[in-house]
Ligand binder design. Structure first.
Ligand SMILES: [Fe+2]
Length: 246
């Protein structure tokens, strides 16, 4: 039986080209629909299964949004990434995180495609795990202490992340990150850019692409971001933080 820590470690590696997604799949996990055809990945990168049912985050995030988000959007990032690296087999042997951390090592011909689709694959692989049915509330332990120290209070951190999510013009993400000096920060990135490309570890991210919320919330991004706080998997975020410090 895999421990939580082992699972977390494996999860981080899930963004790698070669991954064992089966071991990450708890009871009720959803596998990608294969009815999409074009979105079915073929290549070194694979779509990890959603670690819970499509409807697990209801009513905060609806099942149809989760299904399309995972089975179509995330699957498309994986498929496009595989297509991009097909001409450069060496790229497919590296974890996607490594490609994002060192974009200059990616041939110029596919650099932008890898940045966008590799970023989409990496960000979403983390995103699914940042949420859970039993989520919400606030973290505990060292992470809570660090958030209070950095932002003044948990409420102030929440306000800061919300401001960042609402302030991101167009598509992108708002993040809680840990920098190289182990300092927490809140920032947003456009499109599928990932904090790892700036040598920062993403601890928590909220996807503010319209595909993440439009079916249920339409233009009401503030309502979606408020709802996101009800599904944050603080256990996972806290463990990721603890692991980064150790
Ligand atoms: Fe997304």
């Amino acid at each position: 039986m895999m421990t939580r820590r082992q699972a977390l470690k494996t999860t981080v590696l899930a963004s790698a080209a070669v991954t064992t997604t089966a071991v990450l799949r708890p009871a009720g996990a959803q596998t990608a629909s294969t009815s999409g055809g074009a979105a079915t990945p073929t290549g070194p990168f694979t779509l990890p299964p959603l670690p819970y049912g499509f409807d697990a985050l209801e009513p905060h995030i609806d099942a149809l949004t989760m299904q399309i988000h995972h089975d179509k959007h995330h699957a498309a990032y994986v498929a496009n990434l595989n297509k991009a690296v097909a001409e450069f087999p060496g790229l497919g042997t590296k974890p996607v995180e490594a490609l994002l951390k060192d974009p200059n090592a990616v041939p110029e011909k596919v650099r932008a495609t890898v940045r966008n689709n590799g970023g989409g694959h990496y960000n979403h692989t983390l995103f699914w795990q940042m949420m859970s049915k039993a989520g919400g509330g606030q973290p505990s332990g060292k992470l809570l202490q660090a958030l209070v120290k950095r932002f003044g209070s948990f409420a102030a951190f929440k306000e800061e992340l919300t401001k960042s999510a609402l302030g991101q013009f167009g598509s992108g993400w708002a993040w809680l990150v840990l920098d190289a000096d182990k300092r927490l920060g809140v920032e947003s990135t456009p499109n599928q850019d990932s904090p790892v490309s700036q040598k920062k570890l993403p601890l928590l991210g909220v996807d503010v692409w319209e595909h993440a919320y439009y079916l249920k919330y339409q233009n009401r991004r503030p309502d979606y971001v408020a709802a996101f706080f009800n599904v944050i998997n603080w256990d996972w975020v806290t463990e990721r933080y603890d692991q980064a410090l150790s």
